[in-house]
Design a protein around this ligand. Structure first.
Ligand SMILES: NC(=O)c1ccc[n+]([C@@H]2O[C@H](COP(=O)([O-])OP(=O)(O)OC[C@H]3O[C@@H](n4cnc5c(N)ncnc54)[C@H](OP(=O)(O)O)[C@@H]3O)[C@@H](O)[C@H]2O)c1
Length: 287
């Protein structure tokens, strides 16, 4: 059987590195590309990379997703996410390859109180969300063989370079430094281990799924509940208390509820199981 050739952009990111680590199937060959191979905003460099790789499918896990930085510099947010996504989708189309674009729960405004489904209306509250809505649209326009995969609250072994780590590591660092930890208790999402997404994505890509799919645990929690679970699993008892978003004084608006549900695929395992897997694999958990 002919192997499926996958070109993966963002291969050193949280999700990208878990795809490289976990897609060990004999039926697939993953060519892992980083910024050193092509800056996604450079259409020619992306075109050369895609033509050299001769992929059947290109997966775009790259993003500019530091939210305050997106508000300060919307031009970069749109250039990396929207123009970058379009460059990749167009280049893929030009060699007859499909495109898989990773998107976000932040395309929704959070006014719902039950999980957002694939066909729910999108309305962003911030520049990052607006850029990801536009990315979904230009990718679909540029390549009819597109799969948009929305995910939420990612943390992975690699940590996000653009965000300086991930939420789990930030909580552990603050607790170990003896700092007071204040976490918002009125924003509900579904924090997700990127390993769980990498594994669920494989059959979708191998099966040539198209359209939009949500990959997330079916159950949500507040960031405060998530932090409490991290501390409990690691045997830590920091000075820890909930705050409201208003008390926290966040500089930009975020959806208050952004759990993703799906009409197309089963939910991932509950968020707590994904967390325990991460803590074990990272060598943090004591329980
Ligand atoms: N993290 C979350 O909480 C979250 C939530 C929902 C959705 N998502 C989406 O999920 C996807 C994966 O997120 P992640 O957390 O795995 O991201 P990540 O760890 O921050 O990785 C992003 C990758 O994009 C690369 N990149 C950024 N700008 C680039 C450019 N101009 N040219 C080439 N590469 C560039 C980075 O390379 P360098 O290392 O060289 O900078 C990095 O490898 C993204 O589409 C994101 O929008 C993330």
């Amino acid at each position: 059987m002919r192997r499926m050739n996958v070109l993966l952009l963002g291969a050193n990111g949280q999700l990208g590195s878990d795809i490289v680590r976990l897609w060990n199937d004999d039926g697939v060959r993953v060519r892992a590309a980083t910024r050193a191979d092509a800056d996604v905003t450079d259409a020619e460099a992306v075109g050369r990379l895609v033509h050299d790789a001769k992929p059947d499918v290109v997966i775009n896990t790259t993003a500019f997703h530091n939210l305050p930085a997106c508000e300060e510099d919307p031009e970069i947010a749109f250039r990396v996410n929207v123009v970058g996504g379009r460059n990749i989708a167009q280049s893929a189309a030009s060699v007859g390859a499909a495109i898989v674009q990773i998107s976000t729960d932040y395309v929704f405004d959070g006014t719902k109180r039950t999980p957002y489904l694939e066909d729910d209306a999108r309305r962003s509250l911030n520049v990052y969300g607006a850029a990801k809505i536009a990315t979904e649209d230009v990718v679909r326009q540029a390549n009819p063989e597109a799969l948009i995969v929305r995910v939420s609250g990612l943390y992975g072994l690699a940590g996000s370079a653009g965000k300086g780590g991930n939420f789990v590591e930030t909580m552990l660092r603050l607790a170990r430094e003896g700092k007071p930890v204040r976490v918002v208790s009125d924003q509900v999402t579904a924090p997700t281990n990127t390993a769980e997404i990498a594994e669920a994505l494989f059959p979708l890509v191998a099966g040539r799924t198209r359209g939009t799919v949500h990959l997330a645990p079916g159950d949500g929690c507040s960031w405060y509940e998530f932090a409490a679970a991290i501390f409990a699993a690691c045997g830590l008892s920091p000075d820890f208390a909930p705050v409201t978003t208003a008390e926290f004084g966040a500089p930009l608006e975020r959806p208050m509820y952004s759990v993703l549900g799906s009409t197309r695929v089963p939910p991932l395992r509950p968020w707590h199981e994904g967390l325990m897997r991460y803590l074990r694999e990272k060598g943090h958990a004591t329980t």
